[in-house]
Design a protein around this ligand. Sequence first.
Ligand SMILES: [Zn+2]
Length: 493
Amino acid sequence: MTRVFMATLATETNTFASFPTDLADFRSRLWAEEGAEAVAPSAGTAPVRHWLKRARALGWEVVEGLHARAAPSGTTTRAAYEFMRDRILADLRAAGPVDAVLLYLHGAMVAEGYDDCESDLVTRIREITGPATRIGVELDLHANLDQPLLDAADVVVMFKAYPHTDYVDRAEDLFRLIERCLAGEIDPVMALFDCRVMGIFPCTRPGPMVEFTQAMFDAEGRDGILSLSLNHGFPWTDVPIAGARMLAVADGDRAVAERAAREFGERFYDCRAEAALPFTPFDAAMAEARIKGDKPLLLADIADQVGSGAPGDTTHVLRALLEAGISNAAVVPLWDPAAVAICFKAGTGARLHMRIGGKHEPFSGPPLDAETEIGLLVRDAEQPQIGGDRTGLGDIAVVHVAGIEVLLTSKRCNIYLPEMFAQFGISIADKQVIAIKNLYKHTDVFAPLVRKQLYVAAPGTSNPNWHELPFRRLARPIWPLDPDPLGRDGRTA
Ligand SMILES: [Zn+2]
């Protein structure tokens, strides 16, 4: 009988965030131990649930190791990483010989002493399994991807869609490739091309990424190409391996993989400037916010989005709205467990002079002190994600500050869908401005509801103006810090 081992270890490390990620951060987000049977529907488990369903349908025996995931944040502590890594390795040893290993990793995890946790983990897994076991790894496209991981794994498949709507589809791609390996149908070899590019490259924005992504799909399954993945890279990790890299998986022929990785990597490089998400300076965004339109203006506070590892507690946008006298607005969400606890003590309807946000690290900036009326209070709230997962918000409090509705949460969280407003009684249609702490993932679902969306470079940990960040360890040259690292700009005109 075919035996397969599955485990999850996922977080995305913003090395500019000063607050560390420890075991408690994993335990509070996703922590399912061996024998947990199907991992409960929660953040980031959909690929594993898909693999479980597929493996069982084929009559395979599944052994599950640890599944652990934390929200993106600062560098993981050495003790936390080594504990989880060693736990997965012990689970694998206890499982005995397996035919395949399927791992769901994020791919941008940095721990104290480890720039590339995924390579470290998978290399150690390979040492245990020996060469015959087939190892498949699924990664987010915002990863740091380096050769040691490719040396240790048989197949790596990354998300192709940003916003990430395809993690179950890519889980299926990986499963199918591993299934074909086990059947002796294919023998994957992988090649990587370093694009020397850093940035944010949405795949649904009109522009070259739509076509580029489709071209990857079109090339798969032809001319010996099994799989193509563009690693967009995670641009708030100051490690030498950060940046965009093109991955090609070919059947048995390394030259085919290398050629495809270079071809697609150069094609991406040539459209990098057009593909990158443009951001709006803070002042320009606030000038636009003063204009009343027939629908709300959406301000996406890129620099404080939890998905990039920022705390999610800055008050810069809220304060600017107050200073501009814009009261018909909503700010969703803002992380402040202490303020939420105070709201629960005071109760709905209470009026307090309260201190909001601006607490968790130097980039958080100052807190906001304001007259506040407490509205809705909900314990253990959740929100739906785009791909069908659900994410816990902890306790939430809706407070009113000079007319502005602010959703305070006790857990750090992103916003995925407009339901985040509606489920807590905050209307969108009648607002002049809605401000969220996000990068791009919300864009398509909010598009029909707003007159315009601006990606705002307010101050914060995940500042999208790379020139303002104190990079020290990043390998140079890299665009946009350096204008033309591959020396191709003149050639393609
Ligand atoms: Zn991502």
